[in-house]
Design a protein around this ligand. Structure first.
Ligand SMILES: Nc1ncnc2c1ncn2[C@@H]1O[C@H](COP(=O)(O)OP(=O)(O)OP(=O)(O)O)[C@@H](O)[C@H]1O
Ligand SMILES: [Mg+2]
Length: 351
């Protein structure tokens, strides 16, 4: 978290490449309570590789959501993704905390492909019990300052108070942990299948230690349907999402299954890379979230390619709500899109 405040009710805003999601949560005993929720489409190419190319366009979308959800002036938290964000597990010689504060910048310089003065840098010590190896394990998190300030500008322009800009992957993990608990014996794999990218996160001992983005995601799948059937992108998208009411044409299903296999192969490669470079623990189950989980056969295909059980995450599992205000069927329909935003609100409630 790069800057923070204190609030009881907070709003998590996930600015995705295909839609903006807003959720207001408060804390209740044993979990969270839903105060407000909204999702709105983003015009094409406003967000590319996590960067906002059209601040005004995104602000307009978010402002409408803010007004409709009646959260104007609320404390808001958002998350950043893309190649302007680096999360990396590193080893450094053992040193006192004060020394590490100074040393970390020098260490990070070797892993962050930008000028170190142009990034917000944070770090976390993973293994307090590091005496055996003689090294300390750290996770460094860096996000480009201009990226952070553009997200902050969008929140302000939309009538929210920007309280914190977070690393999106960290928010995803918090969402998972608060809904499903944590395990320290295995590494958890958490995959967000969005529109422009799928984000593979490995969680070890309650920390996100490995993050990789791959191109196989919703938009890519629609493009393949478009190319192979010779139709427009919009027609391809309509065919793809029709699987939700069980009417997917066989030729579309065939394309989707073979393209989702590519996603699964990349997941397997990323896990191999993780196991070869950064692993301390055996790999546990895979959990998936994001609009892409609605794709036909997605869990089965990933399971068969990786040999690892796959479960679909419900970001609202531990979020209570008033059924008279938020119909259950509507919430279960939109829940998969809210993984990141729920996590952002949860992190926000801690500050
Ligand atoms: N019923 C459905 N079947 C298949 N795919 C679906 C369905 N509904 C939505 N999707 C896909 O989910 C994707 C949107 O998911 P999500 O909202 O998680 O992405 P995003 O956050 O906007 O994008 P990103 O995280 O990549 O920036 C779109 O590609 C959309 O086509
Ligand atoms: Mg997303």
């Amino acid at each position: 978290m790069f800057f923070a405040g204190t609030q009881k009710k907070v709003v998590g805003v996930d600015i995705g490449s295909s839609s903006v999601k807003l959720i207001g949560l408060s804390r209740v005993k044993g979990g969270y309570h839903l105060e407000s929720i909204g999702i709105a489409p983003v015009p094409k190419d406003c967000i590319v590789d996590g960067e906002i190319y059209n601040i005004g366009g995104i602000s307009n979308v978010l402002r409408e959501l803010v007004n409709a959800s009646k959260v104007k002036g609320a404390s808001a938290f958002t998350g950043v993704f893309g190649s302007g964000v680096v999360v990396k597990r590193i080893k450094v010689p053992i040193m006192p905390k004060e020394e590490l504060e100074h040393h970390i910048k020098w260490e990070a310089e070797q892993y962050v492909p930008f000028n170190i003065d142009e990034v917000n840098l944070d770090y976390d010590v993973i293994t307090p019990n590091y005496k055996k190896s003689g090294k300390m394990d750290l996770v460094i998190a860096a996000a480009k300052k201009d990226l952070v300030s553009s997200y902050s500008a969008v929140l302000y322009d939309s009538g929210l108070v920007a309280e914190g800009i977070d690393i999106g992957s960290f928010a995803l993990y918090d969402m998972y942990k608060e809904n499903y608990g944590s395990t320290k014996e295995e590494a958890n794999i958490l995959i967000d299948i969005g529109a422009s990218r799928s984000l593979i996160n490995v969680i070890e001992k309650n920390r996100c230690v490995f993050v990789k983005e791959i191109e196989y995601a919703g938009e890519y799948f629609t493009q393949k349907i478009q190319e192979q059937l010779g139709i427009t992108f919009e027609e391809g998208e309509a065919l793809k999402v029709s699987s939700e009411d069980g009417t997917l044409p066989p030729e579309v299903e065939k394309i989707l299954i073979s393209e989702v296999k590519k996603l699964a192969v990349e997941v397997r490669k990323s896990l191999d890379l993780y196991l070869a470079t950064a692993s301390e623990l055996p790999v546990g189950d895979i959990s998936v979230v994001g609009g892409g989980v609605k794709l036909v056969g997605v869990t089965k295909v990933i399971e068969s390619v990786t040999g690892i059980p796959v479960e679909i995450v419900n970001p609202m599992r531990n979020v209570a709500f008033n059924e008279k205000i938020f119909p259950t069927s509507y919430l279960s329909h939109i829940a998969p899109f809210f993984g990141v935003s729920v996590g952002l609100a949860i992190r926000g409630l801690r500050y």
